[in-house]
Write a protein that binds this ligand. Structure first.
Ligand code: NAD
Ligand code: UD1
Length: 343
């Protein structure tokens, strides 16, 4: 068995897929999650897929006493830190909740890590920190700016990590900036399970396809893009999970500390909203009724990554196609029309 890793937010969408990838890569994992946006059922299914129970601790990253107990009980090589709130609209309505959870929670985690001398972190950041990009593809040196509290919370944490690296050269702080994660595990057992009506495109499309929602609103058809609809860099969650394994492998190879290291995880290719709708319809054999609606406030026309740094440093590259992203999403959605509540 390789090193032991603490996975905060490991019961969530990206965390659950990463737990499987980490297990397959030989890591020993402990999941710490308050289940605010996930469920015991997700943990059960991860355990079933890997064929053994996973150590799970129900706890909040803002609870330093609970975290200290976890660090006292285990000798961690490092932490993968997914725990956070992620809904942009909700963050505008409840900014304090977002800063408290995402920023204060991360500070508490970093304080406990410092106390227990665990100084390797893989942090879930987002392409949202690039705001409206000046050039495409977006590389890691691009200017950062955010327009909503969710994005700000990611940016503030990035600044905290940068300051921490300056203050203490022992830290290894890999910050993975995800582009648009979609898809599900190929078994159809785990996937994205939004609480209410989805905000994001892929879960919305799949809920229309399965008949839970009547039609998709496409926000804007007058952008300067291939067909007027928004363009994004959709990345399969399984590829994303492998990116975390690659980041840990990289940390294991280092003889000296890395400081703050931001790395994009994207495919490098943009796909338009209409192209994704067409691909999903072909794969699922379902009609996806849609209508064009006004642009969504805060949206940008196009966003896709330069994925060169991930390839050169981590030896990681996304492998799965848009078709596979749609196939796996459809398998998950059709097998679990009500997500983890499906009996
Ligand atoms: P998710 O909501 O499915 O998973 C987050 C998990 O963290 C959930 O299981 C939730 O219960 C847990 N959590 C939240 N607050 C917590 C707290 N205070 N203490 C303990 N656990 C807590 O989200 P996801 O899509 O898996 O995203 C994981 C991370 O990646 C988040 O930090 C998110 O901001 C970031 N990210 C996600 C996307 C995306 O599109 N999904 C894109 C870019 C970045
Ligand atoms: C959104 C967030 C971003 C977050 C990311 C992943 C905003 C402004 N940005 O990114 O901060 O990191 O999710 O969680 O919310 N679309 C439709 N109809 C829909 C839903 C989406 O046409 O019902 C379009 C959008 O206008 C956009 C594209 O689909 O052009 C992708 O949208 P979405 O999946 O929400 O992701 P982002 O906006 O890229």
């Amino acid at each position: 068995m390789k090193n032991k890793i603490l996975v905060t937010g490991g019961a969530g969408y990206i965390g659950s897929h990463t737990c499987i990838a980490l297990h397959e890569a030989g890591y020993d994992i402990v999941v710490y999650d308050n289940l605010s946006n996930s469920s015991h059922e997700a943990m059960n299914r991860i355990s079933n897929l890997i064929g053994k129970p996973i150590e799970f601790i129900e706890g909040d990253i803002r609870d330093s006493e609970s975290l200290k107990k976890v660090f006292a009980d285990h000798q961690f090589f490092g932490v993968i830190h997914f725990a956070g709130l992620k809904a942009v609209g909700e963050s505008v309505a409840k900014p304090l909740m977002y800063y408290n959870n995402n920023v204060s929670g991360t500070i508490t985690l970093l304080e406990v890590m410092t106390e227990y001398n665990v100084k390797r972190l893989v942090f879930s950041s987002s392409a949202t920190v690039y705001g409206d990009p000046e050039t495409l593809p977006i590389d890691e040196s691009s200017k950062r700016s955010c327009t909503n509290p969710y994005g700000q919370s990611k940016l503030v944490v990035e600044h905290i990590l940068e300051d921490l690296a300056v203050s203490d050269s022992d830290w290894n702080l890999i910050t993975l900036r995800y582009f648009n994660p979609v898809g599900a595990h190929s078994s159809g057992q785990i996937g994205e399970d939004p609480n209410d009506i989805p905000n994001n495109l892929m879960p919305y499309i799949s809920q229309v396809a399965v008949g839970k929602l009547s039609q998709l609103n496409i926000f804007g058809n007058d952008y300067a893009t291939i067909d007027g609809t928004g363009v994004r860099d959709f990345i399969h969650v399984t590829d994303l999970a492998q990116g975390h394994v690659a980041a840990l492998n990289y940390l294991e190879q280092q003889n000296s500390a890395l400081g703050f290291l931001p790395i994009n995880l994207g495919t490098g290719t943009g796909t338009s909203v209409l192209e994704l709708v067409t691909a999903f319809s072909e794969v699922s054999g379902q009609k996806i009724p849609y209508q064009f609606a006004d642009r969504r406030a805060g949206d940008i026309a196009s966003c896709y990554a330069s994925a060169d740094k991930a390839q050169s440093l981590l030896g990681w590259q996304a492998k799965l196609s848009i078709t596979e992203m749609c196939q796996d999403t459809w398998r998950w959605q059709s097998m679990n029309p009500h997500g983890y509540d499906t009996v």
